[in-house]
Design a protein around this ligand. Structure first.
Ligand code: F6P
Length: 328
């Protein structure tokens, strides 16, 4: 292997820069050239790239976002897009491509593989943690801490006003961030897709625990952490519906993209460094169409998968515990 490409794709995640740095430093140690593509797959299709040398990745380990920029790339959903991306890889004589992103990005990688003979490996970079083959994705640990910091602050004002708050967190279609941040913040209730769907007019499961809680006696605050896409209209509508149903003021706070930003926590920097290095080494061993992940502290390869084939389960122990205490 003489030359490889790297790109960051989909929702950016804290630790992507640490991963790029690790790829570049490890490749340099093996005399491999690295080409970085800008704006995800768009840079690959449009031939927008730069050569990445170790000095380019100095002092980026602590930075959120991605120096390569990220994007979603609708063009790659067409065969022409995949062919154009593969053509750039051939033109630049790249022996391999590393894709740092979530499983939507891996779907793009699989499409390119139809037209490209080099090796392709994925690295799990997303705050959502909804990727099989790794205990945690790069960015997940930081997103939990960012959400926690916000929820702790909301607790202060909720307590002062003895209010009910709904805090809506990201996660796409899974509740990893909501469950983790909800548990760690001591939220009274957690709503996430893994608990089943919530329909307007059928809010019993949400309302009953509120009615049993101290907040009705004017003594406490009550925080409900909810994952996005769990209720039509989101947390703002749910807050209004709860207020209508029980006559107690309920406020909503949508945390949004703040969860994607910030300096990566130590765990993300270490995971990103380990997986970046491991991916480059595995390329040398001939790995192709796999994802580098970490399970039980051990780096390993897992077949590259596209959306819809997910098996990763949210922690059943914490789910059960949360359900038990919320309904008491
Ligand atoms: O996948 C990361 C993520 O932040 C999800 O949690 C969220 O659903 C989505 O991206 C938001 O995407 P966009 O930034 O394109 O609105």
């Amino acid at each position: 292997i003489r030359r490889i490409g790297v790109l960051t794709s989909g929702g950016d995640a804290p630790g992507m820069n640490a991963c790029i740095r690790s790829v570049v430093l490890t490749a340099a140690a093996h005399q491999i050239e690295v080409i970085g593509f800008s704006h995800g797959y768009n840079g690959l299709i449009e031939g927008d790239y730069t050569k990445l040398l170790p000095y380019h990745v100095q002092h980026i380990i602590q930075l959120g976002g991605t120096i390569l920029k990220s994007a979603r790339c609708p063009a790659l959903q067409t065969e022409e897009g995949a062919k154009a991306a593969a053509a750039t890889l051939r033109q630049l004589q790249l022996d391999a491509l590393l894709v740092i992103g979530g499983d939507g990005s891996f779907k793009g990688a699989l499409a390119i593989a139809q037209h490209y003979k080099g090796q392709i490996l994925g690295l799990p970079g997303t705050i959502d943690n909804d990727v099989d083959g790794t205990d945690a994705t790069i960015g997940y640990a930081t997103a939990i801490d960012t959400a926690l910091d916000a929820i702790d602050k909301i607790r202060d004002t909720a307590d002062a006003f003895e209010r009910i708050f709904l805090v809506e967190l990201m996660g796409r279609h899974s509740g990893f961030i909501a469950l983790s941040a909800g548990i760690a913040s001591g939220a009274e209730q957690i709503i996430c897709p893994e608990f089943g769907t919530l329909e307007p007019g059928q809010l019993d499961t949400v309302i009953r625990p509120i009615q049993n809680a101290q907040v009705l006696k004017g003594k406490s605050s009550y925080i409900i952490v909810m994952a996005e896409h769990c209720y039509p209209g989101g947390s703002t509508t749910l807050a209004a519906d709860i207020t209508d149903a029980i006559g107690i003021e309920c406020r909503a706070c949508v945390l949004g993209h703040i969860q994607r930003g910030g300096s990566p926590v130590g765990a993300d920097r270490i995971l990103a460094t380990k997986l970046g290095a491991y991916a480059v080494e595995q390329l040398l061993g001939g790995a192709h169409l796999m994802m580098a992940g970490e399970v039980n502290h051990q780096a390993g390869l897992y077949p590259l998968q596209a959306s819809g084939e997910r098996k990763k389960r949210i922690d059943p122990y914490l789910l059960r515990w949360q359900q038990q205490v919320a309904n008491d």
